[in-house]
Design a protein around this ligand. Sequence first.
Ligand SMILES: Nc1ncnc2c1ncn2[C@@H]1O[C@H](COP(=O)(O)OP(=O)(O)OP(=O)(O)O)[C@@H](O)[C@H]1O
Ligand SMILES: [Mg+2]
Length: 236
Amino acid sequence: MIITLSSWKGGTGKTTLNTTLARLLADGGKKVLLIDLDSNCALSQVFDCIMKDYTSMQLLSGPLDSFDGVYRAGENIDIIPGDIRMSRLNNITDSQLKINLKRAGLVEKYDYIIIDPPGYWGAHSRNAVFASDVVVIPAACSRIDFAATRLYLEELRCCEVGAEIFICINCFNNKTNLPGIYDEYKNEFAGFVMDEPVPYIASLKKITGGQNFIFNPAVKAKLLPFVKQITGGQNA
Ligand SMILES: Nc1ncnc2c1ncn2[C@@H]1O[C@H](COP(=O)(O)OP(=O)(O)OP(=O)(O)O)[C@@H](O)[C@H]1O
Ligand SMILES: [Mg+2]
């Protein structure tokens, strides 16, 4: 299964939730490949995998016969790191990643491929979305995230994206949410909003702090509904 967390605007929690998802799936014994498509390389920095000879840029542009860009990122987790030159690569078709993942034989090797795109709708995000079975749009309970989610969902529908789409309300906090907006999400985007929001969890800030992050069991319990709904309950 190929999963992308993607949004119309930056800073919604894509990299944090991608890392979380990867780690929880890997903890459950699943083989996970992370692909960093963001030139900021935030995901690659989490796993201390930066400035490598092979990156997601070669995965997109080839040649694939000599591609050697899969690095070990931990127990059951591999990563194809990002590339700070990525924004130069704009002349790619929207299906290039989908084609190249198959050509490189990566789809069969992993239970889950999780893609981390940049926080805007451009060539790299489109490649991530068009390669995916599931697209998750993280959004906070704020007016700007609501507006961005509306725009993004409309765009994805116009493009007739084949993936299953979820809206994940992230950083949910009754004290800081814009009053009433959670209900607005559920009313306007019925059928897309995930059953359980992901709460604000202070320790999730630390998830970007290294390879040895271990979930506190109480935090893990709060995150399991997110993982289960995305994977269709395939991860216990
Ligand atoms: N559920 C959460 N609880 C606490 N902090 C969170 C949560 N989700 C995200 N954050 C924090 O929000 C900030 C933005 O998250 P992140 O970098 O994952 O967003 P992003 O969408 O990947 O951003 P960009 O568009 O720049 O790639 C980070 O400081 C992260 O630690
Ligand atoms: Mg990010």
